[in-house]
Design a protein around this ligand. Structure first.
Ligand code: 5GP
Ligand code: MN
Length: 329
């Protein structure tokens, strides 16, 4: 672990207005880090604006502060203009400017632009960067930043940071889970977070439709590479039949990943005009390298990419041989 860069601390200490941004299709770490840092900075008397390209997904609407997230870029620029230069933009949990979405390049025009992230493939964008690829989550880093700033964590921010950590570590199961991760989580529990409540909110929250969707998705299971590669898929018609959305597929990929022979689990998701692919590894395979070959990225154990103009079968047929080769078969 590295100390928080001095320039980042100086920027946070000196700037009056802060825009917080995170990646598209935000997950628990993206939103949890964003909302927790908003709470911490507001506690320091800063004017804070949280920006997302799309509204907060249903699953995360219980997070304190989620109702204040702004999806209108014009409001961001009105906020920036009012700052008359006394501004800072912080991108959280995002490995490159494009992952901030269509608004990325406009947000990138705010200076100084700081980056707090733990993605292995982070391409070092921004004016001030604090990137630690071995961290469990950006939430863990935001906790350390608060400590360096001499700020305590409110119960609201603790809920957000616990969400960030527990989701990005797969409930403390991934390789990136360190003793420090547990120490931070322990501090959050000491500030009132209830792990049982959080598990109920985040994981044990199925509707009947969602369980029926899982039934259909698991029925698509295909095994390759001598049972080392597991592939599942979701189609638009499955969503229609069960009255669900892609948000309901969250964590489904952990089931094929849980097979003891599996080294890589693949989840193919049919969207309009594009196939979105999630990859999860267990053991030594670095799926971020595979995702990068298809124009995506991510972490060693969790990564993804998108492919336009191909069917689910075509994407599978392109991907499986690459994975087999990566696994030395
Ligand atoms: P998920 O499978 O949950 O969509 O994504 C897992 C991780 O892979 C994300 O945290 C993100 O880092 C990365 N990822 C997913 N899709 C993309 C993509 O299209 N481009 C890049 N650069 N990273 C992605
Ligand atoms: Mn993350």
């Amino acid at each position: 672990m590295c100390p928080v860069p001095e320039e980042l601390l100086a920027a946070v200490r000196s700037r009056g207005r802060v825009v917080l941004a995170t990646h598209v299709n935000p997950d628990g770490d993206a939103l949890g880090s964003q909302l927790a840092l908003a709470d911490i900075l507001a506690g320091m008397g800063r004017e804070v604006l949280c920006y997302l390209e799309e509204p907060v997904p249903h699953l995360y609407r219980f997070l304190p502060g989620s109702e204040r997230v702004v999806t209108d870029l014009d409001r961001v620029f009105t906020f920036v203009e009012k700052a008359a230069g006394d501004i800072l933009c912080i991108s959280l949990d995002c490995g490159d400017l494009q992952r901030l979405g269509k608004s990325g390049s406009r947000l990138g025009a705010i200076h100084p632009f700081a980056v707090i992230d733990h993605h292995r493939g982070n391409n070092g964008f921004g004016d001030l960067a604090w990137i630690e690829a071995d961290r469990s989550s950006t939430g863990e880093m935001v906790y350390d930043l608060a400590m360096e700033l001499g700020r305590d964590i409110s119960p609201a921010a603790a809920t957000c940071l616990y969400t960030a950590i527990v989701t990005d570590t797969g409930s403390f199961r991934y390789e990136s889970t360190s003793s420090h991760t547990f120490a931070v989580a322990g501090e959050l529990v000491a500030r009132g977070v209830r792990p049982d409540d959080m598990a109920a909110r985040l994981f044990d929250n199925y509707s009947v439709g969602r369980l029926q969707l899982l039934q259909r998705v698991l029925a698509t299971l295909e095994m390759y590479g001598g049972n080392r590669i597991a592939v599942i898929r979701v189609t638009a018609s499955m969503l229609r039949e069960t009255g669900t959305t892609l948000e309901d597929t969250e964590n489904f990929i952990n089931l094929p990943r849980a097979v003891d022979t599996v080294a890589v689990a693949v989840f193919l998701k049919e969207k309009t005009g594009v196939v979105s692919v999630s990859l999860r590894a267990r053991g030594g395979c670095d799926v971020s390298r595979v995702a990068a070959r298809f124009g995506g990225g991510g972490h060693r154990n969790a990564s993804g990419f998108r492919m336009a103009g191909r069917s689910l079968d075509e994407v599978r047929d392109l991907l499986v041989p690459v994975l087999e080769k990566e696994l030395g078969q």
